[in-house]
Design a protein around this ligand. Structure first.
Ligand SMILES: NC(=O)c1ccc[n+]([C@@H]2O[C@H](COP(=O)([O-])OP(=O)(O)OC[C@H]3O[C@@H](n4cnc5c(N)ncnc54)[C@H](OP(=O)(O)O)[C@@H]3O)[C@@H](O)[C@H]2O)c1
Length: 317
């Protein structure tokens, strides 16, 4: 799996066409790993961009690593394979390198319901329901539609049960990881199980709209320790976040539409290493500041905040 990927969540301030152009620029610059998801609503545009670069002979399918994700309203057993096939059609690909369950929400929504609203069909997290979805994810590997499968936004308690019962263990857990949210325990657990951590929002998602933020959220790139170390290395604090991530052993997937920033992020992987004392100083700026809290997915009578992040320590089997 390439050591850095390009994120493709344009939120609502970057058009699908701009994200597709960013994918083309990234591949020109040397990126070979693109992190997609059906819910980003831009897989058709990204698919056209991928087709263009492959048709131009710049890159071959085998050189690319394409990830996509199953959205929350497609956990019903018969929807999993169909949803992956739709993503493949949109991306104009025969297979994905990695397909993730985007969030642990085995809610069995009514077909077509809006997953961001409070749905009466929502159910609390139940491990066996997740496994019903996971067995369909395993089927994607058997069918050759996905080369590997993984999870995203999983906690240790949920992963322990999945590892106990899965025929194919998750290759990856994609999780929020940046200097102000380092998740040291989950990170160590995932690595100890041979699961590759992929870190989303590696720069602390500075452009995320205000409505997604709460008052405790902090901007990583304004951190004085980060700024001081970045200045010493002659790089932007954002680029230092990417360098720190890679050196720690997680795969960062920074989003950018600016070729200069994309290049700086990619090049940071080959510049001299951060010293042990710099890594130590960066480990101390963790503020346990989760940016992507999942609050838009919480339902009154269904899944709760505690349920999502296992705050009460209990998971229904
Ligand atoms: N699995 C999940 O549940 C999940 C959740 C959230 C996100 N993700 C994935 O993770 C990706 C990254 O997260 P994100 O997009 O929220 O945030 P992010 O990558 O932390 O931050 C992106 C922002 O950083 C800026 N940036 C990038 N490189 C820079 C540099 N070298 N110097 C200065 N600014 C720089 C970009 O601006 P410019 O465009 O100007 O460079 C952009 O505004 C997403 O796109 C998505 O693919 C997954």
């Amino acid at each position: 799996m390439p050591a850095i990927g390009l994120g493709t969540f344009g939120s609502d301030h970057v058009s699908n066409e701009t994200v597709a152009e960013a994918v083309k620029s990234a591949i020109d610059i040397g990126y070979r790993h693109i992190d997609c998801a059906s819910v980003y609503g831009n897989e058709a545009e990204i698919g056209a961009a991928l087709r263009d670069v492959m048709d131009s002979g710049k890159v071959d399918r085998k050189e690319l690593w394409i990830t996509s994700k199953l959205w929350n309203d497609k956990h019903v057993e018969e929807d999993v394979v169909a949803s992956c096939k739709q993503t493949l059609a949109d991306l104009q690909l025969d297979y994905l390198d990695l397909y993730l369950v985007h969030w642990p929400f085995p809610n069995f929504h009514a077909k077509g319901c809006d997953v961001s609203s409070r749905s009466p069909d929502a159910r609390p997290y139940i491990h066996e329901n997740f496994m019903r979805t996971w067995r369909q994810m395993e089927k994607l590997v058997e069918l050759g539609l996905a080369r590997s499968i993984g999870t995203s936004n999983m906690t240790q308690a949920k992963l322990e049960l999945v590892l106990r019962d899965a025929a194919i263990k998750p290759a990856v857990n994609e999780m929020e990881l940046h200097p102000h949210f380092q998740q040291p325990e989950l990170f160590d657990y995932v690595v100890s199980q041979g699961i590759q951590p992929v870190g989303f929002c590696p720069i602390g998602s500075p452009a995320r709209p205000e409505r997604d933020k709460t008052s405790e959220d902090t901007v990583d790139t304004e951190d004085p320790v980060l700024c001081e170390i970045a200045e010493k290395h002659g790089i932007h604090p954002a680029t230092l976040c990417v360098k720190w991530a890679e050196q720690r052993g997680q795969i960062p997937i920074p989003f950018s539409t600016n070729p200069r920033n994309m290049r700086a992020n990619l090049e940071s992987l080959t510049t001299p290493k951060l010293s042990d004392s710099e890594m130590e100083a960066l480990s101390k700026i963790d503020k346990n500041c989760r940016l992507i809290k999942g609050q838009v997915f919480l339902w009154k009578d269904g899944q709760t905040w505690e349920d999502l992040w296992d705050l009460d320590g209990k998971i229904a089997q």
